[in-house]
Design a binder for this molecule. Structure first.
Ligand code: FAQ
Length: 316
C-alpha cells in the first residue's frame, strides 16, 4: 500500500494526470468527490439568483446574454457531475445530498439579487472570483476535472465581461443608476471574498490538496490576487469597494484589505444565510417537476434500444 501511495505521489510530482481507472488513495478520491460535487451543486444552485432576473432584463440584448449565461452554468454543472461520476459515485446520490441539504455549495448563492445592478455585479465579482479560483484548476492533477475546467473557464470569462459591461453602462447613466451600482457593489463585495473559503490557518483541506496538486494556490493567495485586480477595476466604474482599510501596500506589492466577517461566512455555510432554505427548496421543486422528463427520456432510450435489438436480430 505504501509503495502504491509513493508511486501515486511520484506521478503527481511529475505532473502526470491521474485518470479514472488509475490507482488512487481512497482519501484522494473522497476529496475530489467532495470538491467536484460541491462545485457542480454551486453551478446549478448558482443559476437561481440570475434566473430570477431573466424576465426583467431591460432589453432584448441583455435578456439574450443573461439567458445564455444561465444556460452555460447548467452546462458547467453537467460536466462537473459527469467528472464526479468517473470517481464511482452516481448522479442520483449527489442530487440526493443536495436535496436533503447535506451537501455544501458555494456560500455566495445564498444572497438575494435585489436590483438589475446585481446582474452586473454577479458577473463581475462572482464570475470574476470563480475564474480566479478555477483557472488554476485547469492544471488539477485529476484529468477529467482539469479538462472540464478548460471549457468552463472560457465561458466564465464571457460571463465576467457581460457583467462588467452592464456595470460600465450603469456607471455612465443617471444618478439613480450610479447609486444602484454602488449599492450592489456594497452588498456583494464581502460575500465575494468569502467565496475563496476560510483563511489558510482555518482551511482544513488546503495542505493536502496542494500536495496532491488538486489546488495550486491557497485560499488566501487567490483572495489576495482577486482583491488586487478588483481594486483597480472598480476605479473604471467610478465606484468604490466598501472597505475603509483597502490600501495599496508598496512594500508587499499588494492591496491590504479589512477583516472578513467569518462568523457570517460560517453561518451561511451552515445553512443560515438569507436564502439557503429558498435555494434548496427551489432545486427540490425543479427536480420533482422534471420527473416526467427523466421518465420520458428513459422510455425513449428503452424503445430505441429495443428497436435496434430487433433490427440487429433481423439482419443476422
Ligand atoms: N462556500 O478546507 P477548505 C461559480 C467549505 S462556482 C461554502 O478551505 P477546500 C460559478 C469547504 O467545502 C463557485 N462552503 O476547503 C458561477 C469545507 O467543507 P467540507 C464554486 C465553503 O475544499 C458563477 C470547509 O469549508 N466554486 O461561482 C466555502 O480545500 C455565477 C473548509 O474549507 C468551486 O466550488 C464557500 N465559499 O477549499 C455559477 C470551485 N469555502 O467539505 C453561477 C472548486 C469553503 O470539509 C453563477 N472548489 N467551504 O465539509 C474549491 O476550489 C475549493 O473547494 C474551495 C474550498 C476553495 C471552495
Amino acid at each position: 500500500m505504501q509503495h502504491l501511495e509513493e508511486k501515486f505521489q511520484a506521478k503527481i510530482d511529475a505532473e502526470i494526470k491521474i485518470e479514472p481507472k488509475d490507482w488512487m488513495p481512497e482519501r484522494y478520491r473522497k476529496t475530489l468527490i467532495r470538491q467536484i460535487s460541491q462545485h457542480a451543486h454551486s453551478e446549478i444552485v448558482g443559476m437561481l439568483p440570475e434566473g430570477n432576473w431573466i424576465t426583467r432584463a431591460p432589453s432584448l440584448r441583455r435578456k439574450l446574454a443573461l439567458l445564455a449565461k444561465v444556460q452555460d452554468e447548467a452546462g458547467h454543472g453537467l460536466y462537473l457531475y459527469s467528472a464526479c461520476e468517473t470517481l464511482g459515485v452516481s448522479r442520483d446520490e449527489l442530487l440526493e445530498q443536495l436535496h436533503t441539504g447535506e451537501a455544501k455549495y458555494s456560500s455566495i448563492f445564498n444572497y438575494p439579487t435585489l436590483t438589475w445592478a446585481d446582474m452586473g455585479v454577479v458577473g463581475w465579482l462572482v464570475d470574476g472570483a470563480a475564474i480566479m479560483n478555477q483557472v488554476p484548476l485547469c492544471r488539477c492533477s485529476y484529468g477529467p476535472y482539469a479538462r472540464a475546467m478548460v471549457r468552463v473557464c472560457k465561458e466564465e470569462s464571457f460571463h465576467q465581461r457581460q457583467g462588467y459591461e452592464i456595470l460600465l453602462t450603469l456607471s455612465k447613466g443617471t444618478e439613480a443608476q450610479k447609486r444602484m451600482l454602488q449599492d450592489a457593489i456594497d452588498r456583494w463585495w464581502w460575500p465575494a471574498l468569502m467565496m475563496f473559503g476560510p483563511s489558510d490557518k482555518d482551511s482544513k483541506h488546503t495542505l493536502q490538496s496542494m500536495k496532491w496538486k488538486i489546488k495550486r494556490f491557497t485560499n488566501d493567495e487567490l483572495r489576495q490576487k482577486f482583491v488586487d485586480v478588483c481594486a483597480e477595476q472598480v476605479k473604471l466604474l467610478n465606484a468604490t469597494l466598501p472597505d475603509p482599510d483597502l490600501k495599496w501596500n508598496e512594500e508587499r506589492g499588494h492591496y491590504d484589505f479589512g477583516a472578513i466577517n467569518w462568523e457570517e461566512f460560517w453561518q451561511v455555510v451552515k445553512g443560515n444565510g438569507p436564502c439557503n432554505k429558498e435555494r434548496v427548496e427551489a432545486r427540490r421543486k425543479a427536480y420533482a417537476e422534471g420527473a416526467w422528463v427523466r421518465e420520458a427520456a428513459m422510455a425513449h432510450a428503452e424503445k430505441r434500444r429495443q428497436r435496434q435489438a430487433t433490427a440487429t436480430a433481423q439482419s443476422a
